[in-house]
Design a protein around this ligand. Structure first.
Ligand code: SF4
Length: 466
């Protein structure tokens, strides 16, 4: 579909007990599967021994009872991946596990390092070799280089060198570490289970699944060091402005999650309410583009006093069908994914709500199909401002020339997608809906105000040449 894509989902658990940890991590990965569907992996650790398994595919395709059975330990970390750097091969799946002078270390990483190319070139020059084509490997190679019998010290030195948006979970020196970048761009939350285990995860829906009580979202520039079920916090960098990713609230996070203590569902409902407040047109019904437009359509319908109605139905069993990149292939995919309830559409003036419009190609076909099914008018509303700029912090964004919001005015976009009218949530209303102060949010894909200097070109295959 025509969406920005989150790069990865992370889970980590530390316990005082040796146990079937792989199974718990697997359950956690299922709850963040929406954050990455290309590869999945788990590493477990106990008394100096690291065991791991990873492969390409969904977590449910990669793991089975047989390969989970040996994954026992007192610490476990897991990863689901959608790549923003490196190809989709098995070698690029995480956790990254390396043997080094401090024993065995494992890392899972969500995000993107903007200075990874430079560090990788330097390390190769010094004689270090790399086994993957992903930016995350520079973290474990730097850490190995800097390690002198003190994992935490080497980790802090490594973190001072890397730049970008990142959340990390590591197994190092027999401990589990959770890390958030100095701007808090990528999310990482922490909780404690009834069995006194410490959990890290990209979203609170994982804490709920594992029946863990929420402790906190990690702070910007924070390391949490976990030993068994005890933990301590270290702020390694407090010099940067907080810049929480606003797109987590628009689309990436599950609606049953809370980010920074704020309900993602409630933020989306509020986006719909604020859109409705500025709308003066006449419509017969409000319909979501499922699933991402549902909470905002609920909010819009309530605020406007209009019936909330389903006009599009999502096929839940489609999985990851082969994607043919031609126009016909995309059309086939859209027909496979979404059906139309003709009875709710005929002769109606439809207010259609989606989370965002990235290229505009999917929305155009949806509008056309609703009209073919008998809709009198289709008015499109986007719960985010126009996406105009690329993300460099771990989100896969099409090239700027393909971002419809970067290249056309709103009335031209409305014409292109065949909508009778088009409105976007404005920047101020987005900030109000999320409820985090403006200067503590990243909204760079909407307004181009990046929280750090970014490179002019970023290719996901940038390391393939090394
Ligand atoms: S540029 Fe957009 S997607 Fe990327 S971190 Fe900022 S708000 Fe999130």
């Amino acid at each position: 579909m025509d969406k920005l894509r989150e790069e990865c989902g992370l889970v980590g658990i530390s316990s005082n007990e040796y146990q079937p940890m792989g199974m718990k991590i697997f359950d956690g990965l299922m709850s963040v599967q929406h954050r990455g569907q290309e590869a999945a992996g788990i590493a477990v650790y106990h008394e100096g021994v690291m065991t791991y398994y990873k492969n390409t595919g969904l977590a449910s395709e990669v793991f089975n009872q047989e390969n989970l059975r040996p994954l026992n330990g007192s610490i476990g970390i897991g990863h689901v991946r959608y790549s923003t750097t490196g190809s989709q091969e098995r070698k690029n799946a995480q956790p990254l596990v390396v043997d080094f002078k401090g024993g065995s270390m494992a890392l899972v990483h969500n995000g993107n390092l903007i200075n990874a190319v430079k560090i990788r070139e330097e390390l190769i020059e010094e004689g270090h070799s790399f086994t993957t084509t992903i930016d995350s490997e520079v973290i474990v190679r730097l850490l190995s280089k800097k390690y002198k019998n003190d994992g935490l010290k080497a980790l802090i030195e490594t973190l001072k060198r890397i730049k970008g948006g990142f959340a990390l979970i590591l197994i190092l020196d027999g401990k589990m570490y959770g890390v958030r970048d100095p701007h808090a761009l990528r999310p990482l939350v922490m909780g404690r289970t009834k069995d006194n285990e410490i959990v890290f995860a990209s979203e609170t829906c994982t804490l709920d699944l594992l029946e863990a009580e929420y402790i906190k979202d990690l702070e910007k520039g924070e390391i949490v060091e976990v030993t068994g079920s005890d933990y301590r916090s270290i702020i390694y960098d407090d010099t940067k402005r907080r810049a929480v990713c606003s797109f987590e609230y628009v689309y990436f996070s599950r609606p049953d999650s809370r980010q920074e203590g704020r309900s993602v569902y409630e933020a989306r409902v509020r986006m719909g309410e604020l859109l409705a407040k500025k709308d003066t047109g006449d419509y017969d019904l409000v319909a979501p583009v499922p699933d991402s437009g549902i909470p905002a359509a609920v909010g819009y319908a309530k605020a406007a006093g209009l019936p909330y109605t389903h006009t599009l139905i999502k096929n839940k069993y489609i999985g990851r069908t082969f994607m043919d990149p031609t126009q016909e292939g995309r059309e086939r995919m859209l027909r496979l994914k979404l059906g139309i309830i003709k009875e709710t559409v005929k002769d109606k003036r439809i207010l259609l709500v989606d989370d965002s419009i990235v290229r505009g190609t999917t929305m155009r076909r949806l509008v056309e199909r609703l009209k073919e099914a008998g809709a009198k008018e289709v008015h499109v509303r986007s719960c985010s401002p126009p996406v105009k700029y690329s993300c460099y912090f771990g989100i896969d964004t099409p090239l700027k020339k393909l971002l419809i919001g970067a290249n056309y005015e709103v009335d031209m976009i409305a014409k292109h997608i065949r909508a009778d009218s088009l409105k976007y949530l404005d920047n101020e209303d987005l900030i109000e809906a999320i409820g985090i102060p403006k200067d503590e949010l990243c909204r760079a894909c909407f307004d181009g105000e990046y929280p750090m200097e970014v490179p002019r070109v970023q290719s996901r295959y940038v390391f393939e040449k090394f």
